[in-house]
Design a protein around this ligand. Structure first.
Ligand SMILES: Cc1ncc(COP(=O)(O)O)c(C=O)c1O
Length: 362
């Protein structure tokens, strides 16, 4: 097998590296967690934005993918990635025209939280002769999109069910306010509270005479609860494939390990205990946590500036100019958005995996 450093020597930096064996272990671990339960996996592709990874998730049993944007869905739609939930509100004629075009070639479901938006989706879909699946988005505590109350969810569900070109499929509610809560007990309590509201909404909609075939929720940190929640039908877990520094720091994630790093070159050694690398904010997303050096746990990230990362060590780490190091990005989803391709490493071989949905935020 070719040594790791010899493979890295061929890759210019900064560059997103995937450890394919670890990626596959993460995919298998999440598939195992959901294998026996009532809930299916529909992984959120906004984390990786890459059809090669989506296809691995589907091969491991996922029923389709989740996207955040029409642009992501357009970029990732594929004969084997043909069942796509856009877990977001799609508003305005420009986006709806593209959504309708996409619905001609894929099974598309989107979220709604507004009657006016239901009307514009209905008129776009009906005039094009396509059907768009709809989930009513319920705010389960995050305070982002979604109707606030169960009564509003029931009313909107009936509005959807009576609209041409739309098919009412069910409800979604993303518990994003608790997904990365560090303490497991509090995280699970918060998750149960969120899911109880979603379950109550499901019961209310069913009592009002509609069938709920889909109830969707779930992020990485809450998988141990969502995988066993009997009312849910699918989970939108995303970050588990990569396990960034933010998620690695929370309790209860032992089944997963980092598979995405940013390869960086040591470009300056201003003092024996300071290492400057050529990867900064333009190479990785850093909203939630500090960057780490995967192979040097004693390193402490002082800051990332645009093109530099500064790491301080308790003692000289023996790194020299030109050495390559793996930086664990604080946030995987925004890191993938900064690159055109992954360097996927497996037993000394490098494959290039295009990040097709990178930058597709429209
Ligand atoms: C609506 C929605 N669903 C699912 C996810 C996936 O969450 P995670 O990355 O924690 O797995 C996100 C992440 O932001 C999201 O916004």
């Amino acid at each position: 097998m070719v040594p790791q450093q010899a493979v890295w020597a061929e890759i210019d930096t900064p560059a997103p590296l995937i450890d394919v064996a670890q990626l596959d272990r993460n995919i298998a671990a999440m598939a195992d967690a959901f294998a026996l339960g009532p809930v299916s996996l529909r992984p959120h592709a906004k984390t990786h934005k890459c059809s090669a990874i989506a296809l691995r998730q589907i091969a491991a049993g996922a029923i389709g993918i989740t996207c955040a944007k029409v642009g992501e869905a357009e970029a990732l739609a594929h004969p084997d990635i043909d069942d796509i939930l856009i877990a977001n509100e799609i508003v305005g004629p420009l986006k709806i025209a593209r959504l309708v075009a996409l619905a001609r070639r894929s099974r598309i479901t989107v979220a709604v939280d507004d009657a006016g938006n239901v009307a514009e989706l209905s008129s776009g879909a009906a005039s094009a002769g396509v059907t768009i699946g709809i989930l009513v988005d319920l705010d389960v505590g995050m305070g982002r999109a979604g109707v606030a109350t169960i009564e509003a969810a029931v009313a909107l569900a009936h509005r959807v069910a009576g609209s041409a070109g739309l098919r009412f499929r069910g409800l979604m509610g993303y518990e994003g306010h608790v997904v990365d809560e560090r303490a497991l007990v509090q995280r699970h309590e918060g998750t149960r509270a969120a899911l109880e509201k979603l379950s109550a909404a499901r019961r209310a909609v069913e009592k009002s005479g509609l069938t709920v075939e889909c109830l969707s929720a779930g992020g990485t940190g809450t998988y141990a609860v969502t995988s066993g929640w009997p009312d849910l039908t699918e989970a939108q877990v995303g970050s588990y494939v990569f396990m960034d520094a933010n998620y690695r720091a929370i309790e209860g994630m032992e089944a997963f390990a980092p598979s995405l790093t940013v390869l960086a070159t040591v470009m300056s050694r201003p003092t024996p205990t300071t290492v400057i690398v050529d990867a900064g904010l333009k190479a990785m997303g850093s909203e939630y946590a500090a960057a780490e050096l995967l192979d040097f746990p004693q390193a402490h990230c002082i800051y990332l500036s645009e093109e530099h990362g500064r790491f301080d060590f308790p003692a000289d780490p023996g790194l020299h100019l030109g050495d390559k190091v793996r930086v664990l990005p604080p946030h995987g989803c925004t890191t993938s958005n900064l690159h055109d391709r992954y360097y996927a490493l497996r037993e000394g071989d490098v494959e290039i995996w295009p990040i097709e949905a990178r930058g597709r935020c429209q």
